[in-house]
Write a new protein. Structure first.
Length: 341
């Protein structure tokens, strides 16, 4: 049984569908509608006016109507459950949600000024959810010889445990910076020019064992296997997080370097080592990569990414989807090979 949760538009009607990849009586694939624009928001007489699954996974989604916005999940029996709304919870807005068993992980803005924006864990209790901040305004990163509070958070991504091991501890990776104002386009943060003094960025992970950890930060972390000397990361996309068969965690992301490089990279969390998959000095099918406009996708021992290659100035460009398979430990040369699909 494999499921794919996605948002679709049928004519002018917005729908969100859970696609069950199992043969129906005709030998095709069955589709089950979870919620659409005719579904009533639970506890109200209002129909959903918007539904967004683009920034989450599992059977959870962002939705709302009129002045109501919130987080919702489908229960095993098919009913829609309210996790939190701006009218009934200590949150003003939400940007993403991911289901984790009966719990949810999401990015949102709290009405508590001490917490501000952050990444939160929602755990169901009797009749309501209990919310715990995994990272918020109270957390700081050390930048430019000083500490600065985290004020902007990208979409958090939860590691899928190997073999759906329900005992595997929660692990959440995300982008964060100490200034707001970032816009996300196709999974890539629209960043300022290198050396912009008022923006400091980093990649973080929260695990049940270690709590919040800063993995990489701008102008501090070196770009691995770079052909350019003194090349430091100065910006990152959102990240995905994967689990190797050994149980070790890694994150994958697109990073931009201070010397003009751009590439796809992995960071081994346990070893605290970053390795390169591909960058703008690499070639595919004879053409040099020029861009990696989307964040990668992690799935266990595989990382997939989109690459744009071609001769500069040539309008006929070569694009494609590429796959890398992270080894169980960081390779000595700090490079992981990739191949096209």
């Amino acid at each position: 049984d494999r499921k794919c949760f996605f948002r679709g538009v049928e004519g002018r009607e917005e729908i969100s569908i859970n696609k069950q990849l199992s043969p129906d009586s005709r030998g095709g694939e069955g589709l089950t509608v979870i919620v659409d624009s005719k579904t009533l928001v639970p506890g109200t007489q209002k129909e959903f006016q918007y539904i967004d699954t683009s920034n989450g996974n599992g059977n959870c989604f962002l939705g709302g109507a009129s002045n109501l916005t919130g987080l919702f999940c489908q229960l095993q029996g098919g009913d829609i459950e309210v996790v939190a709304t701006n009218l009934t919870s200590p949150f003003k807005s939400f940007t993403s949600v991911t289901g984790w068993g009966s719990d949810v992980v999401f990015a949102g803005v709290s009405t508590n000024k001490t917490l501000g924006s952050g990444v939160f864990l929602g755990e169901p209790t009797v009749g309501l959810y209990h919310f715990t901040p995994l990272a918020s305004l109270k957390d700081k990163m050390f930048v430019r010889n000083t500490t600065a509070p985290l004020t902007y958070f990208g979409n958090p991504y939860v590691a899928t445990p190997p073999h759906n091991d329900t005992a595997f501890p929660l692990s959440v990776a995300f982008f964060a910076s100490h200034t707001a104002g970032y816009e996300i386009s196709r999974g890539t943060h629209a960043a300022p020019e290198p050396g912009y003094k008022n923006v400091h960025t980093g990649l973080f992970i929260w695990t049940a064992a270690e709590g919040l950890q800063l993995l990489l930060e701008d102008h501090i972390s070196l770009v691995p296997s770079s052909a350019k000397p003194n090349n430091y990361f100065w910006d990152f996309t959102d990240v995905c997080v994967g689990v190797l068969p050994s149980g070790n965690l890694y994150i994958a992301f697109v990073g931009v370097g201070t010397q003009g490089s751009k590439g796809v990279y992995l960071h081994y969390v346990n070893e605290d080592v970053t390795v390169k998959v591909a960058d703008t000095d690499d070639h595919t099918a004879g053409d040099r990569f020029e861009d990696f406009p989307f964040m990668p996708s992690c799935s266990g021992t595989f990382v997939s990414f989109y690459g744009d290659a071609g001769v500069s100035g040539n309008q006929t460009r070569s694009t494609g989807i590429f796959i890398a398979s992270p080894p169980s430990s960081p390779p000595a040369n700090r490079k992981v090979p990739f191949y096209s699909v």
